[in-house]
Design a protein around this ligand. Sequence first.
Ligand SMILES: *[C@@H]1O[C@H](CO)[C@@H](O)[C@H](O)[C@H]1NC(C)=O
Ligand SMILES: *[C@@H]1O[C@H](CO)[C@@H](O)[C@H](O)[C@H]1NC(C)=O
Ligand SMILES: *[C@@H]1O[C@H](CO)[C@@H](O)[C@H](O)[C@H]1NC(C)=O
Ligand SMILES: *[C@@H]1O[C@H](CO)[C@@H](O)[C@H](O)[C@H]1NC(C)=O
Ligand SMILES: *[C@@H]1O[C@H](CO)[C@@H](O)[C@H](O)[C@H]1NC(C)=O
Ligand SMILES: *[C@@H]1O[C@H](CO)[C@@H](O)[C@H](O)[C@H]1NC(C)=O
Length: 560
Amino acid sequence: MVPSPSLKRLSYLLLQPLTLLSLSKPASALHDAFDVREASIESVHNALFTGITTCREIVSAFIARIEEFNPAINAVISLNHDALSIADHLDERIASGNVTGPLFCIPVLLKDNYDAVGTNTTGAALALANNKPKEDAPTVAALRNAGAIILGKTNLHEMALEGLSVSSLGGQTKNPFDLTRTPGGSSGGTGAAITANFAIFGTGTDTVNSLRSPASAGSLFSFRPTRGLISRAGVIPVSFTQDTVGAMARNLNDLTVALTIMSSVGFEPNDNTTASISPEVQHKDYSASLYGGSLKGLRFGVLNGFFNHTPSPETTPVNDIMSSIISDLTSAGATVINITDPIYNTLTLATLDVQIYEFRQQLDAYLARPSLTDATSPQPNTFEELYQTPSQNFLVIPAQYQYLRSAFTSSTSNTTYLQNLHGIQNLINTLETTFTTNNLDAIVYPEQKNLVVKIGSPSQAGRNGILAALTGRPVINIPAGFSSSTASAPSGIPVGMEILGRKWTEGKLLNIAKHISELIGPVRRMPPFANGTVERQEYESVPVIRPDRKVEGVYPVGVF
Ligand SMILES: *[C@@H]1O[C@H](CO)[C@@H](O)[C@H](O)[C@H]1NC(C)=O
Ligand SMILES: *[C@@H]1O[C@H](CO)[C@@H](O)[C@H](O)[C@H]1NC(C)=O
Ligand SMILES: *[C@@H]1O[C@H](CO)[C@@H](O)[C@H](O)[C@H]1NC(C)=O
Ligand SMILES: *[C@@H]1O[C@H](CO)[C@@H](O)[C@H](O)[C@H]1NC(C)=O
Ligand SMILES: *[C@@H]1O[C@H](CO)[C@@H](O)[C@H](O)[C@H]1NC(C)=O
Ligand SMILES: *[C@@H]1O[C@H](CO)[C@@H](O)[C@H](O)[C@H]1NC(C)=O
């Protein structure tokens, strides 16, 4: 199984133009492990299609890196045991000239609330450890059809209900830039894994903040799509109104490909919000969105209420980074408008959150779907059964007790639910008016008013995700800067900025993200602890990852 410099590969190599060879490694280095640090779809494909490496070696290099660095950050919960055999199959296809799909041999990690055949969908709850899906989520099927290799699953804040990324199955995920801090959440395992270079990109979900908070805290790009653009079927739900699926990546090109493939699912009957997709973005290829355009003449709103103006070591770095970007935007010929309408206040907006009324019904519907679980490995089939399993099988942090008790007795029949839906419609109208009266192209604000919180904090305070969550408007998060170096964060702590637009304007937002990123210069850094090479490994099979479940002393386990 171990690849050797077969005649076929050598002759393939010799056929390549000299320019390609000189850009790549010398032929004598054919057996070095593929260096996955900051690898991209393009760099994997260059190495693969010039014969420098094989798909098996690419997958092995990522697995070796996960084995080496995962124990420090606890981001990956499980690996896909089929990954190496899929890689071998793709190598055979290269040999026979049958290479198709924009994600050919691209290793991808999935948040562990996505159904992917061959892996269990656990929501990072021990109580769901045996939840074995029969079918891929449509987005997962689209990734596989495009050639992606599902490398494994990542930790999340249990059931995606908070932003600290701690769970009964996966324990606490740590921030790769500062091991004393959380990685944001709830998709914190994906954020930590992608920033530590465990895969090319990863998926997440977002009910209020969860695709943006880990990207912000991990110096990554992410998208939260327009509600209805991408089917949420086959993903453990929280809220029909607020849930979205999306991806995180280290660079915009890779994020753009992830968006193109995930949104290629289009209308999908198991998620009726996809019936609303605007014809102009049906099966759109977003790669062209990154070209052309400029910031000159664009108009940006900045939400004054989405800042914490009280100076402190946790808030000042965020405010300074945002001020610097705002002045850069003005220098580049854009107009920046201070939006002071008091409706844009996260505490006010949070009163419209409807997840508590939808969660139980949504989860019951998900757990009732056909799965492969048999009588020998029973699993909870309802919300009620889940939270009645032996208490060590799930983790509820104290701040969530009231939430879950309330979710248990609440439903879409509560009168407040209908009032909130009405309030959300008013908010959507207000936001439209803000765009129209100020003639805005986009609205910008920091993802979080303060640096990502320390491990042991009661909640991920200060996040600004609620506006997009309620209105279903799209956002791109970009790396905006870093706080100063400290003992626990030698290269500083990442800060992210959200760029929010009108419905179906993902392409425009990507173009703006590209220009702002070029304007402010390269921001992203690698987490210093993981900036090292990993020895080449030869695997016969995919090793078992054992997450560190120790959360005692941080949160009481199962006392709900
Ligand atoms: C290429 O590979 C795919 C996936 O295995 C297969 O479905 C297809 O038939 C192959 N095409 C050719 C021309 O062999
Ligand atoms: C997945 O669930 C099945 C039962 O449905 C169980 O046998 C298997 O051990 C689980 N896999 C893991 C990695 O826990
Ligand atoms: C869409 O699906 C949701 C939940 O699955 C359901 O509550 C709602 O009634 C459906 N809406 C329409 C218009 O069919
Ligand atoms: C925006 O306006 C508010 C209220 O007048 C003010 O306190 C704040 O400093 C302004 N922000 C900027 C960036 O000018
Ligand atoms: C919804 O209504 C039920 C039954 O009246 C009540 O117990 C519950 O607290 C309500 N939920 C909320 C969030 O108001
Ligand atoms: C890795 O560390 C070296 C030495 O500290 C530094 O020069 C390099 O820029 C780092 N690489 C990345 C991608 O951050």
